[in-house]
Design a protein around this ligand. Structure first.
Ligand code: ADP
Length: 409
């Protein structure tokens, strides 16, 4: 029986989807997390505690484990474990990205430098240390610009500034976010931020799978809500894209060039691009699959999930079809409208009754403290819809959302 190691950050939404995929494939699953599990003593062969902040140390721990129980594949779940997965795979000789490539994809400054060096279209940028004087830097940059932390995700801490006052406010706000207890970034990655030219245009997300440096597009999602700031809340994703076939082909081509520039060669990627009259621009490429519960929108071949496809790839198993089902599909990540404590969610039945709506997963629970962007990173939940075309799916998502009411104290 093949044995697969899954690296699970404590904050992930995706444990169940990956465990289900492993069960379906009949592999022996070993789960690694950062906090020692109370179950570890009772299932020592299937649970490991690793320090995800120490990739080399984690790789040694896994190598010792693998000496007793050989491991055939390693898979990172979400951004926080991609570098550790690369280190473990490198140590055990398994299929994965080089550590330097996974690290570059986790560090927005390094990513920008590599894209620039390779001539991949991406915004102009400047790294600014948190010790610099923001008032002085604010006089030197062009507007509008976007300020962002080097290594957070889900748009956390990403803020547009249209003038020097907004720049200074955004700079201080990001510095405060980086100092929060619930931010798992430290060292150099927490000592600076990035300032980028604001790229106008429509945004898309490309979900892909790399094999030996070649890119298979799994889905291209349109993001029909305008993302103009000052914060960049992700809401609706709909596939297939309504962009012209030629534009979609350019997006795939630029994404592949970006992967090559970063040195990514194996496994899932999630790329965000903006498209305007000058063509596609890379906002970012992450060496992981789509976040949250959004992968539920995707089904391949005769019903294969994205997680199953990722595990098969890591194991080097055959994948019969990369074709997404014919119907259009979409998800709405329900944004947190304001800070407070969630009291209740109403209207779920009415929202679920909207034609085309398949499921509403409310992931926040009553009593939970909610924090919107830019400080927060979570969603209230997810709405899923399917239909004949993308317009219909988008409309179903909007109607369902309009029927939901969130009572926040
Ligand atoms: P994260 O990794 O946290 O998602 P990103 O760098 O991808 O951070 O930025 C999040 C979102 O902010 C993007 O999806 C995009 O909508 C917006 N954004 C980021 N950088 C730019 C930019 N230079 N120009 C325009 N929009 C941007």
């Amino acid at each position: 029986m093949a044995r697969l190691l899954l690296l699970l950050p404590t904050t992930t939404y995706r444990t169940q989807a990956f465990v289900d995929a492993a069960t379906k494939l009949g592999v022996d699953l070993v789960c690694a997390s950062e906090r020692p599990s109370t179950l570890e003593a009772s299932a020592p062969g299937n649970l490991i505690t690793l320090d995800f902040a120490d990739p080399a140390g984690a790789a040694e721990t896994v190598a010792r484990f693998a000496g007793r129980r050989p491991i055939d594949a390693v898979v990172a779940v979400d951004d926080l474990t991609t570098v550790v997965a690369a280190a473990v795979a490198g140590r055990l000789g398994l299929r994965a990205n080089p550590v330097a490539a996974a690290s570059a994809a986790r560090n927005k400054d390094e990513m920008r430098r590599r894209l620039q060096a390779a001539g991949v279209p991406a915004p102009r940028f400047r790294r600014v240390a948190l010790t610099e004087n923001p008032t002085r830097v604010a006089r030197e940059v062009a507007y509008p610009c976007v300020l962002k932390p080097l290594a957070l995700s889900a748009s956390r801490g990403v803020i547009r500034a249209d003038d020097p006052d907004a720049f200074v406010a955004a700079f201080r706000r990001i510095a405060a976010i980086l100092a929060r207890d619930d931010v798992a970034v430290s060292g150099d990655l927490a000592a600076a931020l990035l300032v980028e030219e604001f790229v106008p245009g429509r945004e898309v997300a490309l979900e892909g799978l790399l094999t030996a440096g070649g890119l298979q597009t799994l889905a291209l999602f349109d993001k029909p809500d305008p993302l103009d700031g000052p914060f960049f809340e992700e809401t609706i994703y709909v596939t297939p894209s309504r962009l012209r076939a030629e534009t979609q082909a350019r997006i795939a081509e630029v994404t592949l060039r970006a992967c090559a520039a970063l040195g990514l060669t194996e496994g899932p990627i999630h790329a965000e691009l903006r498209v305007n009259d000058a063509g596609p621009w890379v906002i970012e490429v992450a060496a992981r699959s789509i976040g949250g519960l959004c992968s539920r929108t995707l089904r391949f071949g005769t019903g294969m999930t994205l997680e199953e496809l990722i595990l098969r790839h890591a194991l080097g198993w055959k994948i019969d079809s990369f074709d997404r089902e014919r119907r259009a599909a979409g998800v709405m990540m329900i944004p947190i409208p304001r800070a407070g404590r969630l009291v209740a969610v109403r209207g779920q039945n009415a929202a679920e009754a909207v034609a085309g709506v398949e499921e509403i997963a409310i992931t926040a629970h009553a009593g939970q403290d909610l924090l919107p962007l830019p400080e927060g990173w979570q969603y209230l939940g997810f709405i899923f819809a399917r239909g004949e075309g993308p317009e219909e799916v988008e409309q179903a998502l909007r109607s369902a959302h309009a029927r939901l009411a969130f009572e926040i104290a």
